[in-house]
Design a protein around this ligand. Structure first.
Ligand code: AMP
Ligand code: ZN
Length: 114
């Protein structure tokens, strides 16, 4: 989708510190990390918010989680713990309207979130 930052990262036209790429998803380091590990996992397809998901997206949504799980394990956070979270719309603080799974690890993450 023209003008979308994360579509640009997915197609390589906008630089990012990419740590994983496959047929369905791309993972890269967040530019403004809020934890020692802060990775975003995005679908290659432009999907603006969780509200736009359909049953056809089941495979890609599953891949987002499996890639987050793999990165957490590879970085040694699987036993200690980590958080994956996806914000939807204004009240949740979504700022980029191309869905992205945040993978956060390396410090205690309080609950409930702010
Ligand atoms: P959200 O507020 O859930 O929409 O999260 C958007 C995230 O994208 C934030 O954590 C930003 O720091 C991150 N972000 C914005 N621009 C970039 C970029 N060019 N490269 C990597 N991460 C970015
Ligand atoms: Zn996009």
């Amino acid at each position: 989708m023209g003008g979308c930052l994360f579509c640009g990262i997915a197609d390589g036209s906008i630089p990012a510190r990419v740590i994983h790429a496959d047929d369905l998803v791309v993972a890269f380091e967040d530019i403004n990390p809020v934890a020692p590990l802060h990775v975003l996992v995005i679908p290659r397809e432009h999907i603006a918010t969780i509200n736009d998901l359909t049953p056809e997206h089941e495979a890609v949504v599953g891949r987002l989680y499996l890639v987050a799980q793999r990165i957490a394990r590879e970085r040694g956070y699987d036993e200690r713990g980590y958080r994956v979270v996806m914000n939807c719309n204004a009240d949740a603080g979504q700022s980029v309207y191309h869905i992205h799974l945040h993978l956060l690890a390396g410090r205690h993450l309080s609950w409930p979130p702010g």
